[in-house]
Design a protein around this ligand. Structure first.
Ligand code: ADE
Length: 232
């Protein structure tokens, strides 16, 4: 690894990181801000994409192709599907899918278009490092499937569809698009999330209440993982 990308979707998801890394240089590009820092000798570029798959794809691609980042870590919040996940709990994706990608009218499975794949795997090496850090930091981290779509899910019906169709443990609005970009460009990545809500009828209230605290839980863990990456 020569240059690390750290991404979030919302400003709230990267604010704790900018506070932690402090001295950063801001670069405006493609209607977005990119923050360059040097941490313990490692060059890092931090950015929030704005919400949703399109903005997230643009930012991931920019971090890799314009800023030359060769590893990408995503930090943020997610809605829980797996009942074992409570607000504030951490999940790291083993693989990701797009729950709203649908050409089933032509006999294809949900989440699939020709030339793509339903699930994109995260980097095994990065997952191992995340697991090791969870043990040393005594953190409970669940590994599971994350489903992504351009919808804030706030109903049990939609949640059940996503659970049944993809066996997903959590859902959000960017991870799988970042995964597709990284996979296509051969850049190792992982997607880390802390739970902000349960994607049910109360999800919008819970999200507003827990966005900041869960974003902080995710970014605290991410910083420990960066420390471990630097040691290696
Ligand atoms: N991110 C956090 N909670 C979410 C939800 N309920 N739906 C989509 N993305 C989310």
């Amino acid at each position: 690894m020569t240059k690390l990308a750290i991404m979030g979707a919302m400003q709230e998801e990267i604010d704790p990181l900018l506070e932690f890394f402090k001295d950063y240089k801001t670069i405006d590009y493609a209607d977005n801000k990119y923050y360059e820092v040097n941490y313990k000798g490692l060059d890092i570029v931090i950015a929030h994409s704005k919400i949703g798959k399109v903005f997230a794809s643009l930012t991931a691609s920019t971090l890799i192709q314009k800023f030359s980042c060769d590893t990408l870590l995503f930090s943020g919040v997610a809605g829980a599907i797996n009942p074992k996940l409570n607000i504030g709990d951490l999940i790291v994706a083993t693989k990701l899918c797009q729950h709203d990608l649908d050409i089933t009218a032509f006999g294809h499975p949900n989440g699939y278009v020709p030339g793509g794949k339903v699930f994109v795997d995260s980097s095994k090496e990065l997952l191992e490092i995340a697991k090791k850090v969870a043990v040393t930091e005594n953190l409970k981290v669940i590994e599971g499937v994350i489903a992504t779509g351009d919808q804030f899910v706030h109903s049990n019906d939609r949640k059940e569809f996503i659970e049944k169709t993809f066996n997903a443990d959590a859902l959000e609005m960017e991870g799988a698009s970042v995964a597709v970009v990284c996979d296509s460009l051969n850049v190792p990545f992982f997607i880390l999330r802390a739970i902000s809500d349960s994607a049910n009828g109360e999800a919008n209230f819970d999200f507003d209440e827990f966005l900041n605290s869960s974003a902080k839980i995710s970014s605290n863990y991410l910083v420990k993982i960066v420390d471990e990456l630097i040691k290696k």
